[in-house]
Design a protein around this ligand. Structure first.
Ligand SMILES: [Zn+2]
Length: 305
């Protein structure tokens, strides 16, 4: 193996240098500390006469054409510190590495949010020209910027409450807020599934995640299976979030009086929960002429609840 391959621009992959050829930095000496300068690793590497760069085992640097102009694709930059400085020889991640980390973190956030099926239900695709939805829309839009308390949207099927709840989730996600979007009957199935011995995740892990996620959206509360187990789990989730005042959005098709009494009393706490009744008629029931009228001056986006 040619150790110089680790630092030569154009090499396809870095290789760890044998221990005998590594050059350990001398011990730091006390003295004035200079602000370290950053040099491009690839520029530095091109002039290096001896191989000495040691890459971390979990980082596979690669150099390719059209790669990042700062690090030439290596992903790392070396601090230009004098010999003896504590930062001498230190590698720091390039901005392209940090951007990649951010993208990966966001993908993880998105994957865990359970919002994939509702990604097209955003504030942009909500038709605010449908009568009697404006106030709820504005409240939801403000809330999504900084979720703090509880919101509950009530209304018949097709009034747009799921669309608003999903729009909150999508907006919050774009702000990198960790959230979980749960259609309540599915949520209970999801919890039950962890009793499957083949499940890679334990029930406790899932339950804890849902209880404590920074923003929880419970869509379609009141239609869940009313068996005691399901009722108890749902109550435990809602009660925990109520006590901890964790941001929560709920939609329901039901009259609040039909909810479990313990849940009813919590959503009716006006200190924590704001309730909005969406009175729009079922948008799906409108004639094509009505729809065309509502769409006037609205962008031609897909409308779906
Ligand atoms: Zn870079």
């Amino acid at each position: 193996m040619n150790p110089a391959a680790a630092v030569r621009p154009g090499a396809s992959q870095g290789r760890e240098v044998p221990p005998a050829q590594r050059q350990a930095p001398p011990a730091a000496r006390p003295g004035p500390v200079e602000t370290p300068k950053v040099v491009r690793l690839a520029d530095f590497a091109a002039t290096a006469s001896s191989p000495f760069i040691q890459y971390e085992d979990d980082v596979e640097p690669y150099i390719e054409q059209n790669a990042c102009p700062h690090c030439k694709g290596s992903g790392w930059l070396r601090l230009d510190s004098p010999v003896g400085d504590q930062n001498f020889g230190k590698l720091v991640p390039c901005e392209c590495t940090m951007a990649l980390k951010d993208r990966k973190a966001f993908e993880e956030l998105k994957k865990n949010s359970n919002i994939e099926l509702f990604r097209d239900l955003t504030f942009d695709t909500f038709n605010t020209r449908v009568p009697k939805t404006r106030e709820s829309f504005e409240v939801a839009r403000q809330y999504a910027k900084d979720p703090s308390d509880w919101l509950l949207f009530m209304g018949n099927y097709g009034c747009g409450k799921t669309h608003l709840a999903a729009a909150i989730a999508n907006e919050a996600l774009s702000r990198h807020i960790r959230l979980y979007f749960a259609v309540v009957p599915d949520l209970l199935d999801y919890l039950r599934a962890t009793f499957d011995p083949n499940s890679s995740e334990t029930y406790d892990q899932r339950f804890e995640m849902i209880r404590n996620v920074p923003l929880l959206i419970l869509d379609d509360l009141g239609t869940e299976n009313a068996k005691p187990w399901a009722r108890e789990k749902l109550y435990q989730i809602i009660n925990h979030r109520y006590n901890a005042k964790l941001p929560t959005v709920i939609t329901t098709n039901n009259d609040l009086d039909t909810l479990d009494g313990r849940i009813h009393s919590r959503v009716c706490d006006q200190q924590l929960c704001r309730i909005f009744v969406l009175q729009a008629d079922d948008y799906r029931m409108y004639t094509p002429e009505d729809r065309a009228r509502f769409r006037q001056a609205s962008p031609p986006t897909r409308q779906k609840y």
